[in-house]
Design a protein around this ligand. Sequence first.
Ligand code: CP
Length: 327
Amino acid sequence: MRHLISIDDLTDAELRGIASRGAEFSAGLAAPSAPLAGQVVGVYFAKTSTRTRTAFSSGSLRLGGSLIAYGPGDLQLNTGETTEDTGRVLSGMLDVLVARTAGPEAELRGWAAQDRMSVVNAMGAEEHPTQALTDLTTLVRHFGRIDGLRILYAGEGNNTAAALALALTRFPGVEFEVRTPPGYGLTASVLERAHARAARSGARLVERHDMDDLPEGFDVVYTTRWQTTGTSKPDADWRDIFAPFQVTAELWRTSPGAVFMHDLPAHRGEEVTADVLDGPRSIAFAQATNKMHSAMAVLEYVRAPAAVADPEPLSVRGVRDGLVAAR
Ligand code: CP
Protein backbone atom coordinates (compact mmCIF):
# COMPACT_ATOMS: atom_id res chain seq x y z
CA MET A 1 0.00 0.00 0.00
CA ARG A 2 1.54 3.28 -1.13
CA HIS A 3 0.50 6.91 -1.53
CA LEU A 4 1.44 9.33 -4.30
CA ILE A 5 1.20 12.86 -3.00
CA SER A 6 4.38 14.48 -4.30
CA ILE A 7 6.91 13.65 -7.01
CA ASP A 8 9.36 13.73 -4.11
CA ASP A 9 7.64 10.60 -2.69
CA LEU A 10 9.12 8.60 -5.59
CA THR A 11 12.59 7.15 -5.97
CA ASP A 12 14.30 7.68 -9.33
CA ALA A 13 13.56 4.06 -10.27
CA GLU A 14 9.88 4.43 -9.32
CA LEU A 15 9.61 7.63 -11.37
CA ARG A 16 11.14 5.89 -14.40
CA GLY A 17 9.00 2.81 -13.80
CA ILE A 18 5.71 4.77 -13.79
CA ALA A 19 6.70 6.76 -16.91
CA SER A 20 7.70 3.58 -18.68
CA ARG A 21 4.59 1.64 -17.63
CA GLY A 22 2.39 4.54 -18.74
CA ALA A 23 4.10 4.38 -22.15
CA GLU A 24 3.41 0.63 -22.29
CA PHE A 25 -0.30 1.23 -21.69
CA SER A 26 -0.27 4.08 -24.22
CA ALA A 27 1.45 1.93 -26.86
CA GLY A 28 -1.00 -0.94 -26.28
CA LEU A 29 1.83 -3.18 -25.11
CA ALA A 30 0.59 -3.91 -21.57
CA ALA A 31 -0.83 -7.41 -21.25
CA PRO A 32 -4.48 -7.33 -20.11
CA SER A 33 -4.77 -7.80 -16.35
CA ALA A 34 -7.07 -6.72 -13.55
CA PRO A 35 -4.86 -5.81 -10.59
CA LEU A 36 -7.69 -3.77 -9.03
CA ALA A 37 -10.25 -6.61 -9.15
CA GLY A 38 -12.18 -6.62 -5.89
CA GLN A 39 -10.89 -3.14 -4.99
CA VAL A 40 -12.86 0.08 -4.74
CA VAL A 41 -11.46 3.42 -5.88
CA GLY A 42 -12.94 6.67 -4.56
CA VAL A 43 -12.55 9.72 -6.80
CA TYR A 44 -13.08 13.00 -4.93
CA PHE A 45 -12.80 16.23 -6.89
CA ALA A 46 -13.42 19.43 -4.96
CA LYS A 47 -12.45 21.39 -8.09
CA THR A 48 -13.37 21.08 -11.75
CA SER A 49 -11.62 18.52 -13.94
CA THR A 50 -12.14 17.03 -17.36
CA ARG A 51 -8.97 14.99 -17.88
CA THR A 52 -7.69 13.86 -14.48
CA ARG A 53 -11.03 12.76 -13.08
CA THR A 54 -11.94 10.85 -16.23
CA ALA A 55 -8.43 9.38 -16.52
CA PHE A 56 -8.52 7.89 -13.02
CA SER A 57 -12.17 6.80 -13.30
CA SER A 58 -11.72 5.11 -16.67
CA GLY A 59 -8.29 3.78 -15.64
CA SER A 60 -9.70 2.22 -12.45
CA LEU A 61 -12.49 0.48 -14.34
CA ARG A 62 -10.08 -0.77 -17.04
CA LEU A 63 -7.89 -2.29 -14.30
CA GLY A 64 -10.86 -4.19 -12.86
CA GLY A 65 -11.66 -1.86 -9.96
CA SER A 66 -15.02 -0.46 -8.90
CA LEU A 67 -15.62 3.25 -8.54
CA ILE A 68 -17.31 5.76 -6.22
CA ALA A 69 -17.26 9.41 -7.33
CA TYR A 70 -17.62 12.36 -4.93
CA GLY A 71 -18.21 15.93 -6.07
CA PRO A 72 -17.34 19.11 -4.19
CA GLY A 73 -20.54 19.13 -2.12
CA ASP A 74 -20.67 15.48 -1.11
CA LEU A 75 -18.46 14.86 1.91
CA GLN A 76 -18.94 15.98 5.53
CA LEU A 77 -15.65 17.87 5.14
CA ASN A 78 -18.00 20.67 4.10
CA THR A 79 -19.63 20.63 7.53
CA GLY A 80 -16.38 20.57 9.46
CA GLU A 81 -15.29 16.92 9.71
CA THR A 82 -11.48 16.83 9.77
CA THR A 83 -9.39 15.42 6.93
CA GLU A 84 -7.83 12.92 9.37
CA ASP A 85 -11.26 11.61 10.47
CA THR A 86 -12.42 11.51 6.85
CA GLY A 87 -9.34 9.54 5.80
CA ARG A 88 -9.72 7.17 8.71
CA VAL A 89 -13.36 6.43 7.92
CA LEU A 90 -12.93 6.13 4.15
CA SER A 91 -9.93 3.83 4.58
CA GLY A 92 -12.23 1.22 6.10
CA MET A 93 -14.27 1.15 2.90
CA LEU A 94 -12.03 2.21 0.01
CA ASP A 95 -8.71 0.87 -1.29
CA VAL A 96 -7.67 4.02 -3.15
CA LEU A 97 -8.74 7.65 -2.86
CA VAL A 98 -7.85 9.93 -5.78
CA ALA A 99 -8.34 13.49 -4.53
CA ARG A 100 -8.20 16.95 -6.08
CA THR A 101 -8.49 19.48 -3.29
CA ALA A 102 -6.43 22.38 -4.73
CA GLY A 103 -5.50 22.85 -1.06
CA PRO A 104 -2.18 22.44 0.74
CA GLU A 105 -0.24 19.18 0.60
CA ALA A 106 -0.71 18.83 4.37
CA GLU A 107 -4.42 18.22 3.74
CA LEU A 108 -3.61 15.17 1.59
CA ARG A 109 -1.07 13.96 4.14
CA GLY A 110 -3.98 14.11 6.62
CA TRP A 111 -6.03 11.82 4.37
CA ALA A 112 -3.03 9.52 4.15
CA ALA A 113 -2.57 9.23 7.93
CA GLN A 114 -3.88 5.66 7.96
CA ASP A 115 -2.40 2.43 6.65
CA ARG A 116 -5.12 0.84 4.50
CA MET A 117 -6.15 3.24 1.72
CA SER A 118 -3.75 4.65 -0.88
CA VAL A 119 -4.09 8.40 -1.44
CA VAL A 120 -3.28 9.90 -4.85
CA ASN A 121 -2.89 13.66 -5.32
CA ALA A 122 -4.93 14.60 -8.39
CA MET A 123 -3.74 18.23 -8.07
CA GLY A 124 -3.08 20.35 -5.00
CA ALA A 125 -1.96 23.91 -4.43
CA GLU A 126 1.75 23.09 -4.49
CA GLU A 127 1.99 20.29 -7.06
CA HIS A 128 0.19 18.42 -9.84
CA PRO A 129 2.25 15.21 -9.72
CA THR A 130 0.04 13.05 -11.93
CA GLN A 131 0.34 15.69 -14.66
CA ALA A 132 4.14 15.51 -14.57
CA LEU A 133 3.96 11.69 -14.74
CA THR A 134 1.66 11.96 -17.78
CA ASP A 135 4.16 14.32 -19.36
CA LEU A 136 7.08 11.94 -18.77
CA THR A 137 5.07 9.16 -20.43
CA THR A 138 4.33 11.49 -23.36
CA LEU A 139 8.05 12.29 -23.73
CA VAL A 140 8.91 8.58 -23.72
CA ARG A 141 6.28 7.94 -26.38
CA HIS A 142 7.51 10.77 -28.57
CA PHE A 143 11.28 10.70 -28.09
CA GLY A 144 11.90 7.22 -26.67
CA ARG A 145 13.87 8.84 -23.85
CA ILE A 146 13.86 11.70 -21.37
CA ASP A 147 17.61 11.97 -20.69
CA GLY A 148 19.19 14.90 -22.49
CA LEU A 149 15.95 16.60 -23.62
CA ARG A 150 15.90 20.39 -23.72
CA ILE A 151 12.55 21.73 -22.56
CA LEU A 152 11.29 25.33 -22.46
CA TYR A 153 8.44 26.09 -20.06
CA ALA A 154 6.81 29.51 -20.53
CA GLY A 155 4.03 30.65 -18.20
CA GLU A 156 2.98 30.63 -14.58
CA GLY A 157 5.19 28.77 -12.09
CA ASN A 158 2.10 26.86 -10.97
CA ASN A 159 1.51 23.34 -9.61
CA THR A 160 2.17 21.75 -13.02
CA ALA A 161 5.45 23.66 -13.43
CA ALA A 162 6.47 22.66 -9.90
CA ALA A 163 5.84 18.95 -10.51
CA LEU A 164 7.67 19.14 -13.84
CA ALA A 165 10.68 20.83 -12.20
CA LEU A 166 10.82 18.13 -9.52
CA ALA A 167 10.47 15.33 -12.09
CA LEU A 168 12.60 16.49 -15.02
CA THR A 169 15.61 17.35 -12.86
CA ARG A 170 15.94 13.63 -12.02
CA PHE A 171 17.04 12.85 -15.60
CA PRO A 172 20.69 13.21 -16.68
CA GLY A 173 21.38 15.89 -19.24
CA VAL A 174 17.89 17.40 -19.17
CA GLU A 175 17.86 21.18 -19.57
CA PHE A 176 14.69 22.69 -18.13
CA GLU A 177 14.47 26.38 -19.00
CA VAL A 178 11.64 28.01 -17.05
CA ARG A 179 10.40 31.48 -18.01
CA THR A 180 7.79 32.79 -15.56
CA PRO A 181 6.21 36.24 -15.21
CA PRO A 182 7.66 38.35 -12.40
CA GLY A 183 5.83 37.51 -9.17
CA TYR A 184 4.53 34.22 -10.59
CA GLY A 185 7.61 32.02 -10.43
CA LEU A 186 8.38 28.67 -8.87
CA THR A 187 8.43 28.73 -5.08
CA ALA A 188 11.72 28.83 -3.18
CA SER A 189 11.02 25.35 -1.84
CA VAL A 190 10.51 23.85 -5.32
CA LEU A 191 13.61 25.62 -6.67
CA GLU A 192 15.75 24.39 -3.79
CA ARG A 193 14.57 20.78 -4.13
CA ALA A 194 14.79 20.76 -7.93
CA HIS A 195 18.28 22.28 -7.95
CA ALA A 196 19.41 19.62 -5.45
CA ARG A 197 18.01 16.91 -7.75
CA ALA A 198 19.69 18.49 -10.77
CA ALA A 199 23.06 18.67 -9.02
CA ARG A 200 22.83 14.95 -8.32
CA SER A 201 21.59 13.79 -11.74
CA GLY A 202 23.45 16.15 -14.05
CA ALA A 203 20.31 17.96 -15.20
CA ARG A 204 20.10 21.75 -15.43
CA LEU A 205 17.31 24.04 -14.24
CA VAL A 206 17.23 27.76 -15.07
CA GLU A 207 14.42 30.14 -14.14
CA ARG A 208 14.14 33.70 -15.45
CA HIS A 209 11.33 36.23 -15.41
CA ASP A 210 11.54 37.43 -19.01
CA MET A 211 11.60 35.95 -22.52
CA ASP A 212 14.91 37.54 -23.56
CA ASP A 213 18.07 35.71 -24.69
CA LEU A 214 16.31 32.38 -25.13
CA PRO A 215 18.62 29.52 -26.03
CA GLU A 216 17.95 27.86 -29.40
CA GLY A 217 17.12 24.30 -30.39
CA PHE A 218 14.62 23.21 -27.72
CA ASP A 219 13.05 19.76 -28.12
CA VAL A 220 9.85 20.79 -26.34
CA VAL A 221 7.98 24.03 -25.73
CA TYR A 222 5.47 23.68 -22.87
CA THR A 223 2.89 26.00 -21.40
CA THR A 224 -0.14 25.84 -19.13
CA ARG A 225 -3.17 28.07 -19.02
CA TRP A 226 -2.73 31.33 -17.21
CA GLN A 227 -5.72 30.84 -14.90
CA THR A 228 -4.65 27.79 -12.91
CA THR A 229 -7.63 25.76 -11.63
CA GLY A 230 -8.65 26.73 -8.12
CA THR A 231 -6.60 29.95 -7.99
CA SER A 232 -7.05 33.65 -8.63
CA LYS A 233 -4.49 36.42 -9.12
CA PRO A 234 -4.19 39.33 -6.69
CA ASP A 235 -3.21 42.06 -9.18
CA ALA A 236 -5.78 43.46 -11.61
CA ASP A 237 -3.22 43.93 -14.43
CA TRP A 238 -1.90 40.36 -14.42
CA ARG A 239 -2.70 39.84 -18.11
CA ASP A 240 -0.21 42.60 -19.02
CA ILE A 241 2.46 40.87 -16.94
CA PHE A 242 1.73 37.51 -18.61
CA ALA A 243 1.42 38.81 -22.20
CA PRO A 244 5.14 38.49 -23.15
CA PHE A 245 5.05 34.80 -22.14
CA GLN A 246 2.44 33.79 -24.72
CA VAL A 247 3.63 30.86 -26.85
CA THR A 248 3.48 31.85 -30.52
CA ALA A 249 4.84 30.39 -33.76
CA GLU A 250 7.75 32.83 -33.46
CA LEU A 251 9.39 30.46 -30.94
CA TRP A 252 9.75 27.84 -33.70
CA ARG A 253 12.08 30.15 -35.65
CA THR A 254 14.90 29.18 -33.28
CA SER A 255 13.55 25.76 -32.21
CA PRO A 256 12.20 24.35 -35.49
CA GLY A 257 12.23 20.73 -34.26
CA ALA A 258 10.36 21.38 -31.01
CA VAL A 259 7.04 19.75 -30.18
CA PHE A 260 4.41 21.73 -28.31
CA MET A 261 2.96 20.40 -25.06
CA HIS A 262 0.15 21.78 -22.88
CA ASP A 263 -1.51 20.14 -19.89
CA LEU A 264 -4.91 21.57 -20.99
CA PRO A 265 -7.46 23.04 -20.67
CA ALA A 266 -6.21 25.73 -23.05
CA HIS A 267 -7.34 29.26 -23.72
CA ARG A 268 -6.43 29.97 -27.35
CA GLY A 269 -5.19 33.54 -27.64
CA GLU A 270 -4.02 33.71 -24.02
CA GLU A 271 -1.11 31.39 -23.12
CA VAL A 272 -0.87 29.97 -26.67
CA THR A 273 -2.04 30.98 -30.12
CA ALA A 274 -4.48 28.69 -31.93
CA ASP A 275 -2.07 28.02 -34.81
CA VAL A 276 0.45 26.51 -32.35
CA LEU A 277 -2.02 24.47 -30.27
CA ASP A 278 -3.80 23.11 -33.35
CA GLY A 279 -0.70 22.99 -35.56
CA PRO A 280 1.48 20.11 -36.72
CA ARG A 281 4.05 20.47 -33.90
CA SER A 282 1.42 20.08 -31.15
CA ILE A 283 1.19 16.81 -29.24
CA ALA A 284 -1.08 18.31 -26.58
CA PHE A 285 -4.07 16.09 -27.34
CA ALA A 286 -2.03 12.88 -27.40
CA GLN A 287 -0.64 14.12 -24.07
CA ALA A 288 -4.21 14.47 -22.75
CA THR A 289 -5.05 10.87 -23.74
CA ASN A 290 -1.90 9.75 -21.97
CA LYS A 291 -3.44 10.98 -18.72
CA MET A 292 -5.46 7.77 -18.65
CA HIS A 293 -2.50 5.53 -19.47
CA SER A 294 -0.40 7.26 -16.85
CA ALA A 295 -3.26 7.08 -14.31
CA MET A 296 -3.32 3.30 -14.83
CA ALA A 297 0.41 3.16 -14.12
CA VAL A 298 -0.11 5.25 -10.98
CA LEU A 299 -2.93 2.98 -9.80
CA GLU A 300 -0.69 -0.03 -10.31
CA TYR A 301 2.12 1.75 -8.46
CA VAL A 302 -0.04 2.31 -5.37
CA ARG A 303 -1.76 -1.11 -5.36
CA ALA A 304 0.31 -3.54 -7.50
CA PRO A 305 3.84 -2.14 -7.42
CA ALA A 306 5.54 -5.13 -9.10
CA ALA A 307 3.98 -4.08 -12.42
CA VAL A 308 5.82 -0.75 -12.44
CA ALA A 309 9.18 -1.92 -11.08
CA ASP A 310 11.35 -1.13 -14.08
CA PRO A 311 14.71 0.43 -13.31
CA GLU A 312 15.97 0.06 -16.90
CA PRO A 313 17.00 3.27 -18.67
CA LEU A 314 14.00 4.60 -20.60
CA SER A 315 16.13 5.06 -23.71
CA VAL A 316 16.73 1.30 -23.78
CA ARG A 317 13.06 0.45 -23.27
CA GLY A 318 11.83 3.17 -25.62
CA VAL A 319 13.68 1.77 -28.61
CA ARG A 320 13.75 -1.93 -27.84
CA ASP A 321 10.12 -2.28 -26.77
CA GLY A 322 8.60 -0.01 -29.40
CA LEU A 323 7.25 2.57 -26.99
CA VAL A 324 7.90 5.40 -29.42
CA ALA A 325 4.75 6.53 -31.19
CA ALA A 326 4.70 6.36 -34.99
CA ARG A 327 4.83 9.80 -36.59
N1 CP B 1 -4.53 18.95 -16.97
C1 CP B 1 -5.52 18.68 -16.10
O1 CP B 1 -5.28 18.42 -14.90
O2 CP B 1 -6.76 18.72 -16.63
P1 CP B 1 -8.12 18.69 -15.80
O3 CP B 1 -8.11 19.92 -14.90
O4 CP B 1 -9.21 18.71 -16.80
O5 CP B 1 -8.12 17.44 -14.96
